[in-house]
Write a protein that binds this ligand. Structure first.
Ligand code: ADP
Ligand code: MG
Length: 318
């Protein structure tokens, strides 16, 4: 099986997934030519982001290919959610040690499942031989000027987080457990199948002052908002939402929730007066965990006491 047969068999079908017909912008020309073409509707801007996953660094060696395909696209799509963008399409640069048919079939099935769920057809890519690595570029669109940036938080704004935190981080210690308990399985599911908050991000357009997706840990990612906005924050650690699975299985659940990444929830700020503008179903997805302050620095309070937590997330090259 040559490179082009491989693309035709496993990847070209992913360009044909159906997307909502009301989409303002869409993929106009998919794989097969020298470039793909995206139509951007009048009054809208393209937004895009690339993520690279290297075997042994971002996912374990011999990680199940179906999971890898799903997770890789979910992680990439999360950046669109954090900008408040509508999904349009994605490209895939795939480096493979060999053309293992079984692996390709399962990987492309996982990718297909995620592409269908998130409304992201495959626009094209690049296929090469080498150590297993994948880069996914996601393309989205926002009404002009409506993207939610990291730099818009103002003193007095509320800090909110979606879903619950820490589960995916807690799952890292469980990846090799052969018979997980129901709690452990719940944590593992959060790692294997992240839920990029695409519809929530879109609902927050024009309402949130800043947003980021929690990929490196809440403290580290909130700090990015604070740095970009030139503000500080007070965080109420007792308010951080935790699942029953992590509370029941880890005595250090809160530390994990504050410092571990991979949850792909959204951390957003908004003026208190904007809270009323959210629909009830959006409010239910969010938990208030703190406030933006004029004074710089991140102050964490637990039981009314100030706490210092050292670990501030993961960075490469340190
Ligand atoms: P070029 O040499 O012009 O860069 P390539 O030989 O790299 O073209 O790719 C040929 C076509 O196949 C392009 O349209 C490209 O987008 C598509 N393609 C290559 N790899 C993939 C992939 N993994 N998934 C989807 N499309 C791919
Ligand atoms: Mg090429």
């Amino acid at each position: 099986m040559g490179e082009f047969e491989l693309i035709r068999r496993y990847f070209s079908p992913l360009s044909a997934i159906s997307v909502p017909s009301e989409s303002a912008s869409r993929l106009e020309l998919g794989p097969g030519d020298d470039c793909a073409i995206q139509r951007v509707a009048a009054g809208w801007q393209p937004v895009f982001s690339v993520d690279t996953l290297v075997e042994g660094v971002h996912f374990p060696k011999d990680y199940a290919p179906h999971r890898l395909g799903y997770r890789a696209l979910a992680v990439a799509a999360s950046d669109l959610a954090a900008m408040g963008a509508d999904p349009v399409c994605f490209t895939l640069a795939l480096t493979l040690p060999d053309a293992d048919k079984r692996w390709l079939k399962d990987f492309s099935a996982g990718l297909h499942e995620a592409a269908t769920e998130f409304g992201l057809p495959l626009a094209g890519g690049d296929t090469t031989r080498g150590p297993l690595t994948l880069s996914i570029q996601v393309h989205g669109t926002v009404p002009e000027g409506a993207a939610i940036l990291r730099g818009g938080a103002e003193p007095g704004d509320l800090i909110l987080v979606s879903g619950s935190l820490g589960d995916a981080g807690a799952a890292l210690d469980l990846l090799t457990v052969s018979a997980p308990t129901p709690d452990q399985q719940a944590l593992l599911n959060r790692y294997h199948r992240p839920s990029p908050r695409l519809s929530l991000g879109r609902e927050l357009r024009g309402i949130a002052s800043a947003a980021i997706d929690v990929s490196d840990g809440l403290l580290a990612d909130l700090q990015h908002i604070l740095d970009a906005s030139g503000v500080g924050a007070e965080l109420d650690a007792d308010a951080v939402p935790l699942s029953s699975a992590i509370v029941d299985s880890r005595s250090d659940a809160l530390e994990v929730a504050l410092t571990a990444g991979d949850d792909y929830e959204l951390c957003v700020t908004l003026p208190e007066s904007h809270w009323r503008r959210l629909t009830e179903s959006v409010r239910q997805q969010l938990t208030l965990i703190g406030k933006i302050t004029e004074a710089s620095g991140l102050v964490i309070r637990q039981n009314g006491q100030r706490r210092d937590i050292a670990c501030r997330g993961y960075t490469h090259f340190e």
